[in-house]
Design a protein around this ligand. Sequence first.
Ligand SMILES: NC(=O)c1ccc[n+]([C@@H]2O[C@H](COP(=O)([O-])OP(=O)(O)OC[C@H]3O[C@@H](n4cnc5c(N)ncnc54)[C@H](OP(=O)(O)O)[C@@H]3O)[C@@H](O)[C@H]2O)c1
Length: 313
Amino acid sequence: MKPRSLQQKSLPDSPVILLTGASSGIGLALAKALKRRPSTRAILTARTTSLSRLTDAGFEESDKLLIRPLDVTREDQRSELVQEINERWGGVDVLINNAGIAYRSVIEHMSPQEAVHQLSTNFLGPMELTRLVLPRMREKRAGRIINISSVSGMMAMPTMGTYTASKFALEGASESLWYEVKPWNIFVTLVQPGFIRSASFRNVYLSQRAREAMESDCAAYSPVYQRMQPFIERLMLRSRATPERIAELTLATLEQARPPLRFPATLDAKFFYLLRRLLPRKLYHSLLYYSLPGIREWGTEEAEEHKPRHQDR
Ligand SMILES: NC(=O)c1ccc[n+]([C@@H]2O[C@H](COP(=O)([O-])OP(=O)(O)OC[C@H]3O[C@@H](n4cnc5c(N)ncnc54)[C@H](OP(=O)(O)O)[C@@H]3O)[C@@H](O)[C@H]2O)c1
């Protein structure tokens, strides 16, 4: 007979799936896909202010579907919700940490409060939620933690530094967790989408100082913002990947007995994954640097500002 720790259990026939950030984008697509899975018991969550978007989209509570408020940065909401699920359905079988925000700002323009907001939404909140659901998963010796990461969890781009830091943190912690919980037959998966054709760039947060620099034509970094912002928007609008496709790929991992720790979920994510693996680092960084839009203009305003006065005459 196999020792207890090696006995494999799959997910129950009617798994309990907790989804964060269900009000928009990938989260809403996941919510719609979960609704179509008759066997699933799902808890769709959104911030209190966004819950009405779920009812507007036609979601109604039933014996298999709960709609609950959850701001992932709020300890009270996280623990109340997990306690309710434990009492009602005996625990969460699958946690999908999807909720996320993206600050667009150079590192120099982020305030400590803005950095904490970014990191608590994309990293600290999801980790706390993970800590709350793990004890029941370990008791049942089965479970899935699915973290929606990003291509920014494998590479960095200018003006996305703190967002990238949040996804690198999520990737690092998830990788450690993968080793820690695998003996209980709990699998951790990082979904890494690249740019997605959605309106989520409209939800981007600008740091206060980034906003000021964008409104000015001569502040340091203004060419960086003026070139990067439309560049990123174009990449999103031209992308062939949709939130629905990411949702489909994410839920397909539930059918796998051994889902992968990471999977690049779009063509561009696969491309950057290969580029980073195959190119020597120095070459990779130079290639990316010289591909940045208007790179030769970057830094020119500051050079003007600091030019010694006698050169102006
Ligand atoms: N779009 C892309 O190109 C892309 C690419 C790679 C990775 N991703 C990742 O995919 C995930 C979903 O992004 P998306 O593109 O679908 O963006 P989105 O349309 O802006 O959706 C983000 C969701 O997160 C929710 N949210 C934000 N702060 C929250 C908080 N404190 N607590 C709970 N929910 C919160 C939002 O709710 P509200 O409606 O209340 O704001 C919204 O439902 C994110 O983790 C993102 O980093 C996106």
